[in-house]
Design a protein around this ligand. Sequence first.
Ligand code: CP
Length: 328
Amino acid sequence: MHISHTHQASRLQLNAQGHLRHFLTTEGLSRELLTEILDRAESFLIRDGRVRHEPVLAGCTVMNLFFEASTRTRTTFEVAAKRLSADVLNIDISTSSTSKGETLRDMLWNLQAMTADIFVVRHNRSGAAHFIAEQVTPGVAVINAGDGQHAHPTQAMLDMLTMRRHAGSIHNLKVAIVGDIKHSRVARAEIHALQTLGARAIHLIAPRTLMPVGLDQMGVQIFDRMEDGLRDVDVIVCLRIQNERMESALLPSAEEFFSLYGLTPERLRLARPGALVMHPGPINRGVEIASSVADGSQSVILQQVNYGIAVRMAVLSMAIQGQREQKQ
Ligand code: CP
C-alpha cells in the first residue's frame, strides 16, 4: 500500500474552520467529523432505509471521473448527487481526449471551465485524488472514490454506517477484515475509521502473501488462520481478491484460497451469534465467500450499497458547504 500522500491529504481536505472541503482519506479526521458524516447520512435516510431528497446542491455540477471500473460507487454517487438536485455528468474516460494525449491537468481545467463544482474521482494510481485536489481552483471540491491501493473513504464511511445501524454502535466492536489486505484501499480506510470511532479490536486475516508488512504497528491484530481470527468477532468484512493489482502469483488458486480463507457457514459459526457479514463488492462467490453466506440472514451486503447513497449525499453536501465557507 502507498501512503506517501496521506498526511498532506488529511490537511488538504479541511478548510480554515476545520470543516470538510475535500474528502480524500479517513486518516487524520477527528471522531467528531466522522460522526458528523454518519449523523448527516442518517438524516438522509427515512425509517425503512429509503433516502430523502434535499436540494442543497441545486445549481451545482457534479462530474464523475472514473478512470477505473465501478458499479456501486459511480452509480450511488450519481443517485446521491441527483437527490441533492445537482446536475450530474459522467465523463466517459475511454472516449475523452486523454486518449489523444491530453494531460489530466488540462482535462481538469477544461472541465472546470464548464463550471464543475465537485469532481468525484476514481483512479488506479494511489494519490490521484490528492493530486487533483491540489490542481483544482478554490471553491471546487474533490471526493476520492477510490485511488489505487491507498484509500476509499466513502466506502469506509458507508461500512461504518452499516455497523452503527445493525450492531448498535461502533464503539467496542470486534471487527475481522479478511482476504486481500495487501491490495485493499477499503481495508486501510476502514482501519482508520474504526480506530477513530473506538472499535475494541480489529483482526486482519490473510495469507502472508496478501498481508502488507508493518500493519501490526497500526494497532491491529494479524492472523493467518480464519479459525483464530474469527473467534467471537461481531463483524466480518470480506474483501475481494484483486487479481488486477497482483504483479505476480500471490495465490496458488481461487479454490485453495476458498478452502483456507473463504467465509463458509462453518467458519461463520466461530464468530459471535448474529455477527454481521459485510463485503464492499464486487463479490467473487466461491472465492472469498460462500453464496449461502453472502445471501444468508446475517449478510448486510445489499444494505451497505443502499447506505452508500446517504453517505455520499452527506459527503457531497458537507464538501460543498466547506468550500463555500472557505470562499467567504
Ligand atoms: N465497493 C466498490 O467500490 O464497488 P465498485 O467498484 O463497484 O464501485
